[in-house]
Write a protein that binds this ligand. Structure first.
Ligand code: AP5
Ligand code: MG
Length: 214
């Protein structure tokens, strides 16, 4: 099962992708998480990605595509995967398609988690992310057991640099310009499904499972 999660920054792609990955035993692949891991480890890739991410801009396709293709070529992706934050531009989607065609393969589902911009702005300011494993929480909606500490690995939770209010607006503009056209792209292929991402996290997940199992 190969799944793409679409949706604005903060729509809940990562939250839902993790639940899908756990339920179906497939890897959750987030290009954002890969970049953040590289930033944390001080790699050259991380430094370059950070210069774009901190401004709310997309990392250039050449860098992003290579990382993603290397990742999906790994053994654990043979039985499927859930992509979170990739593709984010039409050229990224086209490269992914071309690679899959070579393997006589294809994406099964593109799921758009639909949330209006007003809700997004509220969510982002309250999000807290683990500095170590990338797990995300929300100070109001999805609280960790112990305030400021990750349930999964016990490390500190922080406000992501790109979740500061001045950057969130830019990320939304970039989303509408460069990423939203992917909704039509996958609709034309007949694999697009939209879920109402303003619902409770569990209700969003139930809606996604209903799509995957219909
Ligand atoms: P990335 O890490 O992908 O960030 P994003 O798309 O901006 O998405 P987010 O991770 O912010 O949101 P999400 O949809 O995963 O929401 P979440 O589940 O956390 O990318 C970061 C940057 O990396 C990009 O800006 C770009 O620079 C670069 N990049 C990455 N991929 C790239 C690519 N392919 N090409 C080029 N550049 C790339 O939820 C948000 C909050 O809401 C959380 O606090 C969560 O707890 C809460 N929440 C979730 N669901 C609900 C719910 N139903 N109700 C209430 N609260 C909820
Ligand atoms: Mg995410």
């Amino acid at each position: 099962m190969k799944i793409i999660m679409l949706g604005a920054p903060g729509a809940g792609k990562g939250t839902q992708a993790k639940l899908i990955a756990d339920k179906y035993g497939i890897p959750h692949i987030s290009t954002g998480d890969i970049f953040r891991a590289n930033i944390k480890n001080g790699t050259a890739l991380g430094m370059e990605a950070k210069s774009y991410m901190d401004q709310g801009l997309l990392v250039p396709d050449e860098l992003t595509v290579k990382i993603l293709l290397d990742r999906v070529a790994q053994e654990d992706c043979k039985k499927g995967y859930v992509l979170d934050g990739f593709p984010r531009t039409i050229p990224q989607a086209e490269v992914l398609d071309q690679e899959l065609v070579k393997l006589h393969d294809q994406i099964d589902h593109a799921i758009d988690v639909d949330v209006p911009d007003e809700n997004i702005i509220r969510r982002m300011g309250g999000r807290r992310a683990c500095v170590s494993c990338g797990a995300t929480y929300h100070i109001e909606y999805i609280k960790p057991h112990k305030e400021g500490i990750c349930d999964e690995c016990g490390q500190e939770l922080v406000l992501r640099d790109d979740d500061k209010p001045e950057t969130v607006g830019k990320r939304l503009d970039v989303y509408h310009e460069q990423t939203q056209p992917l909704i039509d792209f996958y609709d034309r292929k007949g694999i697009l499904k939209t879920v109402d991402g303003t619902q409770d996290m569990q209700d969003v997940f139930d809606a996604i499972v209903a799509i995957l199992e219909q």
